[in-house]
Design a protein around this ligand. Structure first.
Ligand code: IPM
Ligand code: MN
Length: 347
């Protein structure tokens, strides 16, 4: 019987309850499909930081390396630890150390979910570059605190980095409806974004079956609202992908439904699966966090592990539950009630 070792990092706030929900559903799917999932849970979080002075131990990355995948809830508790410290101490180092260069985020309406748009039939797969670009972390501050203070944050775009994410986008488009939208701002940013456009054009020759269109980020933001059904796979840099995927979450009814996968396509290191939402301190104590984003992320994990039947089983259960109006509106149903309904549908 196949067996997978999963590292659970619930993190902060609603991360705990949504990961508990997702884990229960994944266990049920594994049982039904005849494989096992074994978890080891890591308490790394802002509370851990307050105790130890670190978001994860020095050998944190090494302790995760042997797992088949990582399931993460949410990182951040800005009342006690600045986000710039917590994120750079846990989430972002994992994405970089394990070269999870493709951040995949699906945006479509689940049955029964009322989005803010008239369009109901869109099915967009956003692919966000996840290791470099605007979030490379290259920069510094000088003359700190003085009137002459300078802050510099440089985007890093490498040929290898841009080529591999675009190639990944082309492959995804080929496996779906054959359309790739490559997003830049090359009319204003004449070095990095022109570079990205050039590589897009170069690679297009290898994928004659994929229809590739270049968009500027501002126009893409408008298109995702006005004509989301015209889009299939959307590939963008780290910052642009970050922004577009919150927009994607909004048009799919909210962050409670937005799932993501941080993938190392080479499978050298474990990939990490997490909801797009954060720790939501404002509702953390209320028991109303929607676990669907985490459960959907868990389904993406099963797919990645090579268990597509179990992944489909989870998504069918989620869809059956939302179609009945359960978990479809923010704050309407308790986390436990949504989870129980999905558990009984998963079989
Ligand atoms: C996301 C989040 C993170 C990101 C933050 C918390 C650093 O917004 O996963 O989209 O921008 O990568
Ligand atoms: Mn984001």
């Amino acid at each position: 019987m196949a067996s997978y070792r999963i590292a659970l990092i619930p993190g902060d706030g609603i991360g705990g309850p949504v990961i508990a929900a997702a884990w229960a559903v994944l266990q049920a799917a594994a049982k039904a499909e005849g494989f096992t999932l074994a978890a080891e849970s890591f308490p790394w979080s802002c509370a851990y930081y307050l105790e130890t002075g670190r978001m994860m131990p020095e050998d944190g990355i090494e302790s995760l390396r042997g797992f088949d995948a990582i399931l993460l809830g949410a990182v951040g508790w800005p009342q006690t630890v600045p986000d710039s410290v917590s994120l750079h101490g846990l989430l972002l180092p994992i994405r970089k150390a394990f070269v999870q260069y493709a951040n995949i985020r699906p945006h479509r309406l689940l049955p029964g979910v009322q989005g803010p748009l008239r369009a109901e039939t869109f099915d967009i797969l956003c692919i966000r570059e996840n290791t470099e670009g605007e979030y490379a972390g290259a920069g510094g501050r000088v003359h700190q605190g003085s009137a002459h203070e300078v802050a510099v944050e440089t985007s890093i775009f490498t040929r290898a980095g841009v080529e591999r994410i675009l190639r990944f986008g082309f492959e995804q488009a080929r496996a779906r409806r054959g359309k790739l939208a490559s997003v830049t701002k090359s009319n204003a940013q004449k070095y990095s974004m022109v570079f990205w456009d050039e590589i897009t054009d170069l690679l297009a020759a290898d994928y004659p079956d994929v229809e590739v269109t270049r968009y500027h980020i501002d126009a893409m933001a408008a298109r995702m609202v006005m004509a989301p059904e015209s889009l299939d796979v959307v590939v963008a840099s780290n910052l642009f992908g970050d922004i577009l995927t919150d927009l994607g979450a909004a048009i799919q009814g909210g962050l409670g439904f937005a799932a993501s996968a941080n993938i190392d396509p080479t499978r050298t290191s474990p990939s990490m699966f997490e909801p797009v939402h954060g720790s939501a301190p404002d509702i953390a104590a209320l028991g109303i966090a929607n676990p669907i984003a985490s459960i959907w992320s868990g389904a993406m994990m099963l797919e990645h592990l090579g268990e597509p039947a179990a992944a489909k089983r989870v998504m069918r259960a989620v869809e059956a539950v939302t179609a009945r109006g359960i978990g479809t509106r923010p704050g309407q149903d308790k986390t436990d009630a949504i989870t129980a309904a999905i558990l009984s549908a998963v079989g």
